[in-house]
Design a protein around this ligand. Structure first.
Ligand code: ADP
Ligand code: MG
Length: 677
């Protein structure tokens, strides 16, 4: 210890000047300290005696910065500690004072060595350094062989020696012991008194011991008797002139290391594993619900969008003869229809000649009866794009088997092929190459044609024979070549002036689509672009996703409330632990951080479990759905952002929920916390 100032030895290490402390108990006003003045020197061993309730503990708490006087000053090497801020007072306790208590107040989950290390851990000393110091101190109190034992494995005398070692950990100038022998047998009591005396005389520390045992008076250099908060007698028996240690400024408080916080949090979690599991489970359920619901929303969206793009490329515009007011969406049928402008072969040439247009063709959907081997099935038939546009990707359906039709050929959907073949497990490919009969019954616009409704032929048309060239699955529709479809339009409409129920216009690029659709609209037609549909569907699904997210959010809020209640209970139960930490110098924010680390770990752990549960449930849903429907890729998707969001949610909810209990723990008064059961 530095001994820099010559006058520091003349300064009392601890001086009380006119100190008063009142307590209110109901109507009663208790004077726990009444005008106490006392000067103590470094290297002195002082015993405070007096009846129970006389104010001995109060005095010790005031000296140790655990409490503040109502009036008067307490000077430590001339420095007044009564007006220090809370954090400064914590720093004083951490570096200048060591406390020893009647009931040892060791932390039960920690080993003897860890208990000794505690003040150093709180001061932010590195693990290696504090291990070394703890071993040295345990050696000094003769308990090196018990370093790994927990408090319940130690005798009372051993536990108190560990507590003395802890009091010395930060190398304090002042050691305060409140009835340290009260719970010990007389032999152990003597040993502790001997130890405390050596701490005063050999180390030159200021040691104050409260006792009610007159037997120990011979140990003391000075005996102060206290009654009703007042000094009753003050008997200086030996004047000590130990080499006083100079007053130290409390070292800049470095924060408790995160590793220390994490270790303490984990040990607390382990101690109450059941409760921590319950808390974590609450978070897990909340995160799982959020992840599952949002994963379903996101999967539904991408699944439907993927399905939709099969209707046509983003450069295509579906044109209907009827202008539509209001939005166009597969979820909202076009009821608000405006005036009609017929689509004629001439209009098709006009569309194709518009700036930005790559081509235009009629699109029709026929209602037809298919017949093969005596089996009839009613179905729909669409036209393929004309040959000159067949290179535009996305205009044609995907061929499952066979080849593209020409002349009197047809692509049959796998569903219709199965129906026509009959039997138990028909193989659609068996239909390829066979000729089937088809009777057109009526026609309407293409997939989003709308407007014109069904056009029926003036009289029933005969069956025509078509050769099956391939199988398709898209939309469940069948496809015929463009020229065949145009000849059918003539037959169904039964007139020489041909009008088409719908048309498709292809833009050169995606950016051409908007202006092109606007021009066609000005000509009096209704237009729908794939882009528009995607937009309306995407926004519908965003709404669904948000709704699902809210449900998951509610689950998380409930989990948060659970955490808050459980943490509040935990703070109540652990008041003594909080008191011990405060006594060895933990600041309020250290306590808050400890609790937040604990609840944060539970949150992250619960979040991880929740992610697992949510993903597993999503996979189960995917498996069940893929058994009953052909929904490619499943409807549950777990994008990376959702993984991160789930974890952040778990941690954030638990931190927010743990905030109030943690703050309450930090605000606890050290003395009250220490003496609560
Ligand atoms: P001792 O340690 O000598 O037994 P204390 O210092 O613990 O005495 O208590 C002195 C008096 O102050 C007692 O009457 C006690 O009941 C009272 N007292 C101590 N702490 C409080 C408190 N936090 N609130 C109310 N009264 C208290
Ligand atoms: Mg007491």
């Amino acid at each position: 210890m530095p001994s820099d100032a010559g006058d520091s030895s003349s300064l009392p290490s601890l001086a009380l000047r006119g100190v008063w402390k009142h307590y209110r108990r109901g109507e009663e006003d208790i004077q726990a300290a009444a005008d106490v003045s006392l000067e103590l020197r470094a290297g002195s061993f002082t015993c405070i005696l007096g009846p129970s309730g006389g104010g001995k503990s109060t005095l010790l708490h005031l000296m140790g910065g655990m409490d503040r006087p109502d009036e008067g000053e307490i000077l430590v090497f001339g420095r007044d500690i009564t007006h220090l801020k809370s954090d400064q007072l914590s720093a004083y306790r951490r570096s200048d004072v060591g406390f020893v208590f009647q009931s040892f107040h060791l932390l039960p989950t920690m080993t003897a060595a860890e208990n000794v290390e505690l003040p150093l851990a709180i001061a932010g000393v590195s693990l290696a350094k504090r291990r070394e110091q703890a071993r040295a101190l345990l050696a000094r109190v003769g308990l090196l062989d018990r370093a790994g034992h927990r408090p319940h494995q130690l005798s009372g005398g051993q536990a108190q020696r560990v507590a003395v070692a802890r009091a010395l950990a930060a190398d304090p100038q002042i050691v305060l012991a409140d009835e340290p022998t009260g719970n010990l047998d007389s032999q152990s009591g003597l040993e502790i008194m001997q130890l405390l005396k050596s701490i005063a005389h050999e180390d030159g520390r200021t040691v104050v011991v409260v006792t009610h045992n007159e037997e120990f008076i011979p140990f003391a250099d000075r005996v102060v008797r206290i009654r009703d908060g007042r000094i009753h007698s003050d008997d200086v028996r030996t004047t000590v002139s130990a080499a006083a240690s100079a007053g130290r400024e409390a070292g800049a408080a470095s924060s408790v290391r995160f590793g220390t916080l994490a270790r303490m949090a984990l040990s607390a979690i382990r101690r109450r594993l059941g409760r921590a599991t319950l808390t974590g489970l609450g978070i897990a359920v909340g995160v799982a619900a959020t992840v599952l619901l949002m994963g379903l929303g996101s999967g539904l969206e991408s699944g439907v969008v993927a399905g939709l793009t099969s209707f046509g490329p983003l450069t295509s515009i579906t044109v209907s003869p009827q202008r539509v007011s209001g939005t166009t969406s597969p979820f909202a049928p076009n009821t608000a229809a405006g005036p009609t402008t017929p689509i004629t072969p001439r209009s098709l040439s006009k569309f194709a000649a518009l700036p930005g247009a790559r081509g235009a063709y009629a699109s029709v959907m026929f209602l037809a009866t298919l017949r093969a081997g005596g089996v009839n099935t009613m179905t729909s038939i669409l036209n393929l794009p004309p040959v000159q546009l067949s290179s535009v990707s996305g205009l044609r359906p995907t061929l499952e088997a066979g080849a593209w039709p020409a002349g009197n050929g047809i692509l049959v959907s796998s569903a219709d092929a199965k129906a026509l073949l009959g039997g138990k497990k028909p193989n659609p490919d068996k239909l390829i190459g066979r000729t089937i009969s088809i009777q057109p019954e009526g026609m309407s616009g293409g997939v989003f044609g709308g407007g014109t409704g069904l056009v029926m032929p003036p009289r029933r048309l005969p069956f025509v024979k078509l050769r099956v060239t391939g199988i398709v699955t898209a939309n469940g529709a069948n496809y015929i070549p463009y020229t065949l479809a145009i000849s059918w339009v003539r037959q169904v409409s039964g007139s020489t002036s041909v009008t088409y129920p719908g048309a498709t216009v292809i833009g050169r690029t995606i950016t051409d689509v908007g202006p092109l659709a606007a021009r066609i609209g000005k000509m009096g037609y209704g237009t729908t672009t794939v882009k528009q549909i995607l937009k309306s569907i995407t926004s519908s699904f965003s709404a669904i996703e948000a709704g699902l997210g809210v449900i998951g959010g509610i689950a998380l809020v409930v989990a948060g409330l659970m955490i808050s209640v459980i943490m509040s209970m935990s703070v109540l139960e652990r008041r003594r632990e909080i008191g011990i930490l405060r006594a060895v110098g933990a600041r309020r924010k250290d306590i808050a951080r400890l609790f937040l680390t604990e609840v944060g770990s539970i949150g992250v752990g619960g979040g991880l479990v929740g992610l697992g549960l949510g993903a597993a449930a999503g996979e189960v849903i995917n498996a069940v759905i893929s058994r009953h429907a052909s929904f490619h890729g499943g409807i549950f998707h777990l994008p990376a952002w959702l993984l991160i969001l789930g974890l952040v949610f778990g941690a954030a909810v638990s931190l927010i929920a743990g905030w109030i209990p943690a703050a309450r723990a930090a605000r606890l008064d050290p003395v009250t916390a220490l003496h609560s059961e």
